[in-house]
Design a protein around this ligand. Structure first.
Ligand code: DAH
Length: 345
């Protein structure tokens, strides 16, 4: 009679008892008054030498108690899982299978596209592998132009053929090259947005990523003015952020626009009073823009005496951080469902 061995065997059998019926069978095997393993054990104790009886009896009783507790717990758990009366309530709503949805950056891009489609804009896309001419040169940034330092460019080790068939030497640092690509091919009037991924030599941190997404805008026609630019951007900002946010236009510099300006919206956290979010200015920078520089028109063969236009470029991640009050851009690239599931817009 080996008590530890019996316990081991019971544990093994209980662990492999897959059904409620199997657990009940174990109860019969071990605890049946007649012929149960534990009952036999106690009977054996009675026939042991008198000196060993108390110690043996104690161990045998503890084992019986242990087996009883284990079986009772397993049966109670099984009972709790069983619906009352073993019936199925067919009126209960079913469990909906979890469906995926589009990524928040995609949702926001579609939102922006919908706004500009309504404004009568065309949506175009261009290559991410770009050449120096379209990314810089034609945008009034010749090789020695200091403005090239504004963007840390990722160059390719050797030129490859891009999607549009031209030899590419770099990953585009902005979507502005699409202005050039479109105007080279099509005459005015132009009214387009060009969304897409862009790349820069930045380390991934709270507010930077080596890859992010922009939307470029370009409008060219006879008689396009700065008032058209401001009106379009203010209308866009109010569509996206709500009519209660205030907007302002602040002078800035870009080589491919003259004059240039940046669009600001009033800070949502302090409502313009000044806080850490807006560095105490009450305003938050949203995007860069300006009137297309005549040098850009000349590069693409547009008559800069006859036509004027405006352009703008906006980061989708930046808009997303502002719109949803998110503080870490990395959340957009980590594919953590706990984050992504909060955006069925
Ligand atoms: N390309 C600029 C950037 O990446 C954004 C920009 C500024 C685009 C002014 C424009 C513009 O079209 O006119 O930061």
């Amino acid at each position: 009679m080996d008590i530890p061995q019996i316990k081991q065997q019971f544990d093994r059998e209980l662990a492999s008892a897959a059904s409620e019926a199997a657990v009940r069978a174990l109860r019969d095997k071990y605890l049946a008054r007649k012929g149960g393993v534990a009952s036999n054990l106690l009977r054996d104790v009675a026939s042991a030498p008198a000196g060993e009886r108390p110690a043996l009896g104690k161990l045998a009783n503890e084992l019986k108690q242990y087996i009883d507790t284990q079986l009772t717990e397993r049966l109670a758990a099984a009972a709790a899982r069983r619906p009352a009366g073993e019936t199925v309530d067919v009126t209960l709503p079913g469990r909906a299978p979890a469906l995926g949805h589009r990524h928040p950056l995609t949702l926001l891009r579609e939102r922006i596209e919908a706004i500009f489609l309504r404004f009568g804009f065309l949506i175009v896309e261009g290559p991410e592998l770009e050449d120096d001419y379209h990314n810089f040169e034609a945008l009034n940034m010749p090789a020695d132009h200091p403005a090239r330092d504004m963007q840390d460019t990722l160059y390719l080790a050797s030129p490859v053929t891009s999607a549009v068939g031209s030899p590419a030497t770099l990953l585009r640092t902005h979507t502005s090259g699409m202005q050039v690509r479109y105007m080279e091919k099509f005459p005015p009037p132009v009214r387009l947005i060009a969304p897409g991924r862009v790349y820069r030599r930045d380390d991934l941190d709270l507010t930077h990523s080596p890859m992010f997404t922009q939307v470029e805008g370009l409008v060219v026609d006879e008689g396009v003015t700065l008032a058209d630019l401001k009106g379009t951007l203010f209308a866009f900002a109010h569509e996206l952020f709500g009519p209660e946010r205030r907007t302002r236009f602040r002078p800035s510099f870009f080589p491919y626009t003259e004059p240039s300006g940046e669009l600001d919206i009033s800070c949502a956290s302090c409502r313009g009073a000044g806080c850490a979010m807006c560095k105490n200015t009450g305003w938050i920078e949203v995007l860069g823009s300006g009137m297309v520089h005549p040098a850009v028109f000349e590069a693409v063969g547009y008559d800069s005496e006859k036509y004027t236009g405006f352009a703008f470029g906006v980061g989708i991640e930046r808009l997303a951080l502002l719109k949803w009050g998110i503080e870490d851009i990395r959340l957009f690239y980590e594919n953590d469902l706990r984050f992504l599931e909060q955006f069925p817009l």
